[in-house]
Design a protein around this ligand. Structure first.
Ligand SMILES: C[S@@+](CC[C@H](N)C(=O)[O-])C[C@H]1O[C@@H](n2cnc3c(N)ncnc32)[C@H](O)[C@@H]1O
Length: 328
């Protein structure tokens, strides 16, 4: 595939046989999304990626809470400084953490905590082909490989995230994880090839939740497993809360569902064995400002007098994990 010069690590993506009949479709969606004219920052981000020193990690651990890429002694002092500076320039880093040689990327989110909540409930990933919708920097995709997945395709329309993925791939150089800079709506409608599909933190950003669930279903093989993680609310008229304005300062929140409504939506999409396996109120330790994400974070999005409410007066963020199977 002739990819954008800004996306060095998606070159191999469409050489895989699974995608052979959809090459043109993907090429056109990716080139639309990755158009440097639409993203003034792309050339700058590419320079930061190019400034990363060459190095080969002597040790890799994709099962570690902070994904481990190399050890301090793999780099000279100059290279270590160069690495730190280039990675730091790619901030804000939201999803992680990563330990890259001697640089610890202390991301806004402790994404490892979400993985700890998800992992006990999902099918063994050994040998599975996985799709992670809205994969962010790709943190959970690495963890899926660490837990035995055969291949992971991560998709996310954020170009900053794909550049952060490029920075990590420079050292891991692992063909088992591809990242396509596209949204779920860009996926072909006839690609039911994934054994597991994850949608974590995406449903509430979609205007029509049932459509999102149907799109996810259509990407699963018969009998495949959906892992849906989303914001939930204890009660709402009709089971769906749509904030009039912002929610926890986010502008793009359209549908926060109750547990019952989420289960109902999954059942109406013809999933079987539909269940809610976890609910959790996000703590100020899980999502917080760090040196690597210096903007406001959860603390500033909650009411300082009552952190059970958002600054807009809505219930504070609570998240549910749902698992369901596509009918065989
Ligand atoms: C709250 S983050 C969740 C990231 C990660 N899945 C996690 O659970 O930590 C939501 C992600 O969804 C991505 N996203 C937004 N709209 C999307 C769409 N239409 N298709 C796929 N991903 C989307 C965003 O860019 C963002 O990275």
């Amino acid at each position: 595939m002739s990819s954008s010069p800004y996306l060095p690590f998606i070159n191999n993506f469409l050489d895989r046989k699974e995608f052979a009949t959809h090459t043109k479709h993907f090429e056109s969606r990716i080139s639309e999304r990755a158009n440097p004219q639409r993203h003034g920052d792309l050339p700058k981000w590419q320079e930061f990626v190019n400034a990363l020193p060459n190095a080969t990690p002597s040790d890799i651990d994709l099962s570690a809470d902070a994904i481990k890429i190399g050890v301090a002694s793999d780099l000279s002092a100059d290279e270590a400084n160069q690495l730190h500076e280039a990675l730091f320039a790619l901030k804000p880093w939201r999803k992680g953490p990563y330990q890259v040689f001697d640089t610890f990327i202390d991301t806004e989110w402790r994404s490892d905590w979400k993985w700890q909540r998800v992992k006990p409930h999902i099918s063994n990933l050994d040998g599975r082909k996985v799709l992670d919708v809205g994969c962010g920097t790709g943190y959970h995709c690495w963890r899926m490989l660490g837990d035995g997945a055969d291949y992971v395709l991560g998709i996310d329309p954020s170009m900053r995230f794909v550049m952060q993925y490029n920075a990590i791939q420079k050292y891991l150089n692992d063909s088992r994880f591809d990242f396509a800079p596209i949204g779920i709506e860009d996926m072909p409608g006839d690609l039911a090839i994934f054994d597991s599909v994850f949608s974590m933190g995406v449903l509430y950003h979609r205007r029509n939740p049932i459509n999102h669930i149907l799109e996810l279903r259509d990407l699963l093989t018969p009998g495949g497993e959906l892992v849906l993680e989303t914001l939930i609310i204890d009660s709402a008229e009709g089971g769906i809360f749509t904030p009039e304005d912002r929610y926890a300062q986010m502008r793009n929140v359209w549908s926060i569902t109750t547990i019952e409504k989420t289960l109902e939506l999954l059942e109406s999409a013809d999933f079987t064995e539909v269940r809610c396996v976890d609910q959790n109120t996000t703590s100020l330790d899980e999502q917080r400002q760090t040196d690597w994400m210096q903007f406001h974070s959860l603390k500033e999005f909650l009411d300082p007098r009552d952190i059970s409410k958002t600054i807009e007066g809505h219930p504070a963020p609570k998240r549910g994990i749902f698992i369901a199977n596509k009918k065989s």
